[in-house]
Design a protein around this ligand. Structure first.
Ligand SMILES: [Zn+2]
Length: 315
């Protein structure tokens, strides 16, 4: 699949995309970011169907594994995850808040990655979950992803546990703005800036050299002049307590829990599995590769989300 990057850069900012970047884009349709998985096991598919049929108030929790089939790599998958392929690590909240140079580097990279990242589309797994909601099967959907793909697929009974890259927050006054508006401000401030981009991370980050970063101008809040941050929970930060309470309540109302595409390594999502276990809810996990809660699952499937979920009849 070929993608156009010229749309949001206009003629003012010259961005040269290296061959390896466009190669990643063309490979995404062939599953560069999706770990290899065994063929579907018809018996397990039947078991999953039975589980879904019996569920009356199903809570679904999704992670990066549901978005790899949309061309967004995850961090932790063996061989194809960002940790396995590169030495890149996600930004830490404390570094971002404390250091203007760190913010400059972050935003320069995010500016370059944004046209790609924001153009990603839901895959059949996102559409299936949205359909389950429409048919009354889904009690609530909790996602650890910040890519807005559930929203793009039309899901509404949704909590974005770690926020969303499509919103920007002022660290001083809390003003929220759409990320697309910030992209235009970046372009105005950096009319002749150019950079070469390599790779794309789950949060839209790409790699740039120090020279490329240092000449990049970062706008501040248009209301108060404060520093801007994506409205997402970075590593090292915590989810707001009222959001955690809200999800705990939805879990307690649920009668079953399905995990889709998460290794559950991050505590912010794992804690809801513990709540579900306390309530003795049946737990099913769909994830390629081991998870932190395999021993708690009554059924574990190592299949592609976009291949399996559309096979399930939610009625
Ligand atoms: Zn502000």
């Amino acid at each position: 699949m070929r993608m156009s990057f010229g749309l949001t850069f206009k003629r003012t900012a010259k961005v040269h995309w290296r061959a390896n970047f466009s190669q990643q884009c063309s490979l995404r349709s062939t599953g560069l970011f999706v770990p290899p998985s065994p063929p579907l096991d018809p018996e397990k598919v039947k078991e999953l169907q039975r589980f879904i049929t019996l569920s009356k108030r199903l809570l679904v929790m999704t992670g990066a594994g549901i978005s790899t089939e949309s061309g967004i790599p995850d961090y932790r998958s063996e061989k194809v995850g960002l940790y396995a392929r590169t030495d890149r690590r996600p930004i830490q909240h404390g570094d971002f808040v404390r250091s203007a140079p760190v913010r400059q580097r972050y935003w320069a990279r995010n500016f370059v990655g944004w046209p790609q990242f924001s153009s990603r589309q839901p895959n059949p797994a996102h559409w299936a979950l949205s359909n389950w909601e429409r048919l009354g099967k889904l009690h609530w959907l909790v996602t650890q992803n910040v890519d807005a793909l559930h929203t793009k697929a039309g899901s509404q009974r949704l909590t974005e546990l770690h926020g969303c890259m499509h919103r920007v927050l002022c660290l001083d006054c809390g003003e929220q703005t759409p990320r697309g508006v910030l992209q235009e401000r970046f372009q105005v401030l950096n009319p002749t800036w150019s950079a070469e981009a390599h790779g794309l991370a789950p949060d839209g980050d790409v790699f740039l050299t120090e020279e490329e970063v240092q000449s990049f101008q970062v706008p501040s809040c248009s209301q108060c002049g404060g520093p801007l941050k994506p409205d997402v929970v970075f590593f090292g930060d915590t989810v707001k307590p009222d959001k955690v309470d809200f999800v705990h309540k939805r879990v307690k109302e649920a009668d079953s829990l399905l995990v889709v595409g998460s290794s559950l390594q991050v505590y912010s999502g794992y804690r809801f599995i513990l709540t579900a276990r306390e309530k003795k809810l049946p737990i099913v996990i769909l994830n390629i590769g081991p998870t932190r809660s395999d021993d708690l699952a009554s059924l574990k499937l190592d299949s592609r989300c976009g291949e399996l979920l559309p096979l399930i009849d939610p009625r």
